[in-house]
Write a protein that binds this ligand. Structure first.
Ligand SMILES: NC(=O)c1ccc[n+]([C@@H]2O[C@H](COP(=O)([O-])OP(=O)(O)OC[C@H]3O[C@@H](n4cnc5c(N)ncnc54)[C@H](OP(=O)(O)O)[C@@H]3O)[C@@H](O)[C@H]2O)c1
Length: 170
């Protein structure tokens, strides 16, 4: 059983996280941050997020991949599939030092935040509005202590500046 959850997301300046079931940016330093932060851990995603990952990158390497879907017998090769958030949290067992990361999308972020189990969030805030159709859920930032992890400026590989923070429930 999972007692607490970590969460990781990248948000544009309007809290947008995706459009047409895809990401809206290509920011290699944030992709690297996502990979390094979640490496060796469990990643929990919604079926739409799973579908949006190019087949050659699924399952996400070096991590235990978990997909939530209400479809019966949803086939996600080399992933664990659960038909409810509650079953997922009740059934998963973590190895010592292992975390369970909620990696989206919006529906799954909302379920996790409403569960009260999210004790830390890694949020990348991007200084640009991309015109999303999917948004990170509202949350009470006053409940969290926020610490800057790194800043990225605009350069030849990054069309937008961003800052990555760790939020910890205080
Ligand atoms: N910027 C970021 O950090 C980030 C991260 C991840 C994703 N995204 C973006 O977010 C978008 C996708 O988000 P989304 O909100 O549309 O979809 P999602 O959260 O990825 O997936 C929704 C699906 O999850 C399943 N689901 C939801 N609640 C469930 C429950 N209680 N029990 C079991 N299964 C459940 C359902 O699958 P079935 O329909 O199969 O039943 C539902 O259709 C994409 O644009 C993606 O690129 C952005």
């Amino acid at each position: 059983m999972i007692q607490q959850l970590s969460l990781i997301a990248a948000l544009d300046a309007a809290n947008g996280i995706g459009k047409d079931n895809d990401l809206m940016w290509n920011l290699p330093a944030d992709m690297r941050f996502f990979k390094e932060t979640t490496k060796g851990h469990v990643v929990i995603m919604g079926r739409k997020n799973y579908d949006s990952i190019p087949e050659k990158y699924r399952p996400l390497a070096g991590r235990t991949n978990v997909v939530l879907s209400r479809k019966t017998n949803f086939d996600a090769p080399d992933c664990m599939v659960f038909d409810s958030f509650e079953n997922c949290v009740a059934s998963l067992e973590l190895a010592p030092g292992q975390k369970a990361f909620i990696i989206g999308g919006a529906e799954i972020y909302k379920l996790a935040l409403e569960s009260g189990l999210v004790h830390e969030m890694f949020l990348t805030h991007i200084d640009k509005i991309y015109g999303a159709d999917t948004f990170f859920p509202d949350f009470n930032a006053a409940l969290y202590h926020k610490e800057l992890i790194f800043n990225q400026v605009i350069d030849e590989k990054h069309e937008a500046a961003f800052a990555a923070y760790r939020y910890e429930l205080s």
